[in-house]
Design a protein around this ligand. Structure first.
Ligand code: KG4
Ligand code: ZN
Length: 383
């Protein structure tokens, strides 16, 4: 995975991600599009990343462009929805243009346009949805609405070319913590979820409390490498009668209480030790649930997805536990764990080949539930 970064005048980071350097573009540029190939232009704008990608047959990424606003929101300690929406409007055309140009294709070469339509920030989602609808209308291309979390799960297909359902997937992002059995392409059975805070949310809140700032996950990940993970024992919530559910608010409160107490007693706070001990408590409970789910559901493969899946300690622990339990461990590269449009192009492909497309009345659904097919519908096929 090769990442080319450029910081723009407004602080937004423009990234072009290439699998194995330029090789992938060679295959696109050489015109190798077979009759049965499906090439999808995908758009993602659910939070603070404006992204566009071109994906062939669900697994071959011809281009992957991410315009990250993280630096703009850092000063506020979190994502400011209004700023996010405005930046998406400014950046989206440039991202789509760059994605097409890196894939050496034009809109005429695209078979369908895909877009995240939920869950996420409504104003942010609407920018991507409007862009995708405009392209679909102008170029008379089919439109595919994609669930953001299904996209995260499908990021696993990009680098694990042999991965096929069924498998178990631990989805841990800023807004979601789910344990899912992927029964088939597009068929998700949720067996566990968070009762309160999402894993990423807990990382962000604890990071803020120990003065590491936003975004918390990557900062805790880094600080934990310098700290002692056994310095403190924080609680790992178990929920009676709900074996696979998570709860992170008790853990978060326990860390915050420790910090406040230390402050009141005038004790020096070792942020690295707190980060390492907190992280250990989170990743151990995630790993324990995921491995148990694989065993009890007879799954021989575990995948991980979402921003927290890029956490070094989680990846190391799951690698070890999967090996010890004879389970294949699949994980996307860190840059494909956080928000991107390549994963949306992958998810869209499996909808498209089933004939599931959407009409131009597609709207943003900020609280779209995972695996909810009722809110989906098939578009007028004659368009
Ligand atoms: O999937 P994502 O990019 O956006 C959502 O769909 O929410 O996830 C963002 C979340 C944030 O809470 C961020 O702090 C967390 O993922 N995150 C991490 C790491 N990188 C991002 N958490 C732990 N360790 C990391 N290395
Ligand atoms: Zn996400």
């Amino acid at each position: 995975m090769e990442i080319n970064k450029n910081v723009e005048d407004d602080g937004v980071i423009f990234m072009s991600i290439k699998e194995n350097g330029n090789e992938i573009h060679g295959s696109a540029g050489s015109g190798g599009d077979d009759a049965g190939d499906v090439t999808i232009l995908a758009i993602e704008s659910s939070c603070d990343e404006t992204a566009a990608a071109v994906v062939r047959n669900g697994r071959e990424v011809l281009s992957n462009i991410i315009s990250s606003q993280i630096a703009l929101h850092t000063v506020y300690g979190g994502v400011v929805p209004e700023i996010a929406s405005r930046k998406h409007v400014e950046k989206i055309n440039g991202c789509v243009r760059a994605a097409l140009s890196e894939a050496k294709l034009t809109l005429d070469d695209i078979d369908a346009v895909a877009v995240t339509y939920g869950p996420g920030l409504v104003g942010a989602l609407l920018v991507g949805v409007s862009e995708a609808k405009a392209i679909a209308y102008a170029k008379k291309k089919p439109l595919i609405g994609v669930h953001h979390i299904e996209g995260h799960i499908c990021a696993n297909y990009i680098e694990n070319k042999d991965l096929k359902p069924p498998f178990a997937c631990l989805v841990v992002s800023g807004g979601h913590s789910h344990l899912v059995i992927v029964r088939d392409y597009g068929e998700y059975e949720i067996i566990g979820q968070t009762r309160d805070d999402a894993a990423g949310e807990a990382f962000d809140k604890v990071a803020r409390a120990i003065g590491l700032g936003y975004p918390g996950g990557p900062k805790i990940d880094k600080a934990a490498k310098e700290g002692n993970s056994d310095a403190f024992t924080f609680p790992q919530a178990k929920i009676a009668g709900a074996d696979y559910d998570f709860s992170f608010s008790g853990l978060k409160s326990s860390v915050l209480n420790y910090i406040n107490q230390a402050k009141m007693q005038g004790q020096e706070l070792d942020a690295n030790d707190v980060a390492a001990s907190f992280q250990k408590a989170v990743v151990e409970v995630l790993s324990e649930h995921a491995i148990r789910a694989c065993k009890e559901y007879g799954m021989d493969c575990l995948a991980i997805a979402g921003g927290v899946a890029s956490n070094t300690a989680l990846r190391e622990l799951l690698e070890k536990e999967c090996a010890a339990n004879n389970i294949k461990f699949c994980r996307p590269s860190p840059v494909l764990c956080t928000d991107n449009a390549a994963m949306i192009g992958s998810a869209a492909y499996y909808e498209f080949i089933k004939g599931k497309t959407f009409g131009l009345d597609l709207n943003a659904v900020p609280n779209l539930p995972l695996g909810d097919r009722e809110r989906r519908y098939h578009a007028d096929k004659n368009r």
